[in-house]
Design a protein around this ligand. Structure first.
Ligand code: 3H9
Length: 701
């Protein structure tokens, strides 16, 4: 027996246990171990039935994703599962923690399944750009019907054991001792002479779909919008269709073809990159996992504006009581009314019960009394984006808060160190840059000031996890990771329209690339006035010899703040959200081009794409060289979760790697020659390109 899988007998039941920490991924050794364990159990004359289970915290997280960058080594998981299913002795899967992907496929190969109530089961392959590849798409429809199987497989959402039990995916729920319960179940099944239920041989549940093959097209239409651009969800539909239209063995072959096709696709590589990048981002070299953290029992938020209200909801959603401090009764009432309205909208959509809404609202306490912050373990400031205001707030917080409290700022552009200077505890000051709407967007940029302590970082990181956020640590600079990179994206979008593109064309190209919206539609949604205010604050510092597009400022001067005023880069019908081209905007753009002596021309879509996206890559390279971002993957995580970069492209840095840095670097050098200093190539990008390397090699010797 391999040391990854063990066999032992208890009374008349042989127990095969997978022990491959941390999550019992089905690596090559585990697959071989399962075969050996099975053979052992079949040879063991004293064993009348077998149980397969996992040691540690989970049954199995599925195939070992780290093996996917090389050819799949034998034994094939399909063969392992086929052998389990063909076993002449009854086999029970005993699940706990998670049974995901290949793990669930192993369980479906067993004749019966039991699970602890806390177990979650599912097929997350689609989130990795894959279809289940070891029989999941063939056996699940035979267990629950094709229609439900489609939903489970194409969504990738894991399901709690109780629901899986009610659907017949799990035969028995067990409380307490899983091993004992599974052994007892196996004994009972044998005693009752129950049949070996081989899903490959059952197909009565497929009848409904055979009678109504239209379910596949209907499902395709249903997910088309949400899954726009992704390959895998549609391949999942094909695989389940094969379960309905082909005999089991042929269906299995078809599933494998589809799995391999997906595995070889750039999309899957991008999504697997995203999976590992998200986990890697939480590893900070000088903040090891065992860094002490402070308990966070209560919080306070300063400011009840859009951000403050959203941040307060985030705390309440995680069950953390939060005080919201405002300067005036009116602002407080307005802010809390928005919070209530947001919750009510969620209740209306059926995603929250009214009782839960009240419970969360009860955790949010509005107040005008600053002294309330004295109770908080962390205070998040979300006031007006101006240094003097922030410093005044932090000075006050420093005087009022308990000495151990963390003081966090939600600034998106200002210098965290200067804010920290207003306090006597710069070690406890950190940037927590939430994205709007803060209660919805998953990204949290934690910004480390020069003196932020490792304990403060570890505490904020642990809190971010409790708040359900994906977090990335950024160094302190203007715009941190996300917004600093974004400046070039918006800048080039504005230049492109001056040169002859239209806002509709630019937005269409980026939409087709996979963003939910292009830059102009996003600006109109977010409101143009915020950026205008920030630009006005920085106008004096702006270099006059650099090209600057005044069109956004002109729009604001005309009261065109975007959707909320019915006009911005586009115009909107009263109450409408559909952007319509506006001749007034076209005239302003033309005027700006004239004033700058720009000869307008036809701009190709490819140029639109590279002019908008290469600045992200170039600035990303600078952030890496400066140490503001620790890893290219961190930048990708920021863009995937904060800016709607399509996950199937992996983030800007991964995307650049897929194009090849030579190509990106050459093109940036060309833009530099044509457009000047704003396109100065980042030395790191040039260097990696010259060495034939990618960002993936950054930091590796
Ligand atoms: C599949 O099964 C294909 C088959 O259909 C067909 C095959 C032919 N492999 O997330 P965590 C690592 S595709 C390798 O922090 P949690 C992870 O990177 C697979 N490594 O824990 C991390 O490493 P590190 C379908 C894996 O408790 C460590 O384990 N399955 C795998 O927060 C801890 O992970 C999936 O897509 C893996 N399968 O969450 C499930 N899984 O410490 C993917 C994890 O070095 N996994 N690692 O950073 C998950 O969704 C979560 O890990 C899980 C636990 C929810 C299970």
């Amino acid at each position: 027996m391999s040391n990854l899988v063990s066999y032992e007998r208890e009374r008349t039941i042989g127990v095969i246990t997978v022990d491959n920490p941390p999550l019992n991924a089905l690596s090559v050794g585990v697959r071989q171990g399962l075969l050996d364990g099975l053979a052992h159990g079949l040879r063991d004359a004293g064993a009348r039935a077998l149980v397969i289970m996992g040691a540690g915290r989970t049954f199995s997280a599925g195939a070992d994703i780290r093996e996917f960058d090389r050819p799949l080594a034998p034994p094939d998981l399909n063969d392992v599962i086929g052998r389990i299913e063909a076993s002449p002795k009854l086999v029970v899967a005993a699940l706990h923690g998670t049974a995901l992907g290949g793990g669930l496929e192993v369980a479906l190969g067993c004749h019966y399944r039991c699970a602890l109530r806390s177990t979650r089961v599912g097929f997350p392959e689609v989130t990795l750009g894959l279809v289940p590849g070891a029989g999941g798409t063939q056996r699940l429809p035979r267990l629950v019907g094709a229609e439900l199987a489609l939903r489970i497989i194409a969504s990738g959402e894991p399901m709690p054991a109780e629901r899986a039990h009610s659907l017949g995916r799990i035969d028995e729920l067990i409380d307490g001792d899983l091993r004992g319960g599974a052994i007892a179940l196996a004994e009972r099944l044998v005693a009752e002479g129950r049949p070996l239920r081989r899903l490959s041989a059952i197909d009565d549940k497929l009848e409904a779909a055979r009678r109504d093959p239209g379910i596949f097209d209907r499902f395709r239409q249903e997910i088309e919008r949400q899954a726009r651009g992704y390959l895998a969800p549609f391949k999942c539909i094909e695989a389940v269709r094969a379960a309905v239209t082909l005999p089991f063995a042929e269906g299995l072959r078809r599933e494998r073809e589809l799995f391999l096709e997906c595995l070889a696709s750039p999309q899957s590589r991008a999504q697997i990159h995203a999976f590992f990048a998200e986990r890697e981002a939480t590893k900070i070299p000088d903040v090891p996992r065992d860094t002490p953290t402070r308990p966070i029992g209560t919080a306070a938020v300063i400011g009840a504006g859009t951000m403050g209200g959203g941040i307060a909801m985030t705390f309440a959603n995680a069950g953390i009581p939060v005080a919201v401090v405002e300067a005036s009764e009116e602002a407080l009432d307005r802010g809390l009314a928005v919070v209530r309205k947001n919750y009510a909208a969620t209740v209306e959509k059926g995603r929250l019960t009214p009782a839960e809404m009240e419970r969360r609202l009860a955790l949010i306490r509005g107040t005008l009394a600053w002294e309330t912050v004295a109770d908080a373990d962390i205070v998040v400031e979300a006031v007006f984006e101006e240094m003097a205001v922030k410093q005044e707030v932090f000075g006050r917080l420093d005087r009022l808060c308990q000495p151990t409290a963390i003081l966090a700022t939600n600034t998106s552009t200002l210098d965290v160190d200067r804010i920290a200077q207003a306090t006597s505890r710069p070690g406890q000051v950190i940037g927590t840059h939430f994205f709007s709407p803060a209660n919805v967007m998953r990204l949290l940029e934690l910004v480390r000031g020069a003196r932020t302590s490792t304990e403060t970082i570890a505490t904020a990181a642990a809190l971010a996890g409790r708040l359900g956020k994906v977090w990335v640590l950024a160094g302190n600079c203007d715009g941190f990771i996300g917004n600093r990179m974004l400046a070039g994206y918006f800048r080039e979008a504005a230049f492109l329209v001056e040169e002859g593109a239209t806002p509709e064309q630019v937005d269409r190209v980026l939409y087709d690339f996979g963003f939910a919206m292009g830059p102009f539609a996003v600006s109109d949604l977010a409101g143009l006035d915020v950026g205008w205010r920030i630009r006005k604050g920085k106008a004096a510092a702006r270099s006059t010899d650099l090209r600057y597009s005044p069109v956004a400022d002109w729009l604001c001067e005309r009261g065109r703040f975007g959707q909320k005023t019915g006009a911005g880069w586009y115009r909107y019908e009263p109450g409408g959200r559909t952007p319509r081209p506006d001749p007034e905007v076209a005239a302003l753009i033309a005027e700006s081009a004239r004033a700058q002596g720009i000869r307008r021309r036809e701009v190709g879509d490819e140029e639109v794409l590279t002019r908008c996206l290469y600045p992200l890559v170039n600035e990303g390279a600078r952030l890496l060289a400066e140490g503001i971002a620790l890893r290219p993957g961190d930048i990708d995580v920021v863009y995937l979760h904060g800016y709607g970069f399509p996950r199937y492209r992996g983030g800007p840095m991964h995307w650049a790697d897929t194009l090849g840095l030579k190509r990106v670097s050459d093109e940036i050098a060309r833009y530099h020659r044509v457009h000047g200093r704003l396109w100065e190539p980042a030395p790191l990008l040039r260097q990696l390109a010259e060495q034939g390397k990618g960002f993936r090699d950054f930091g590796r010797a």
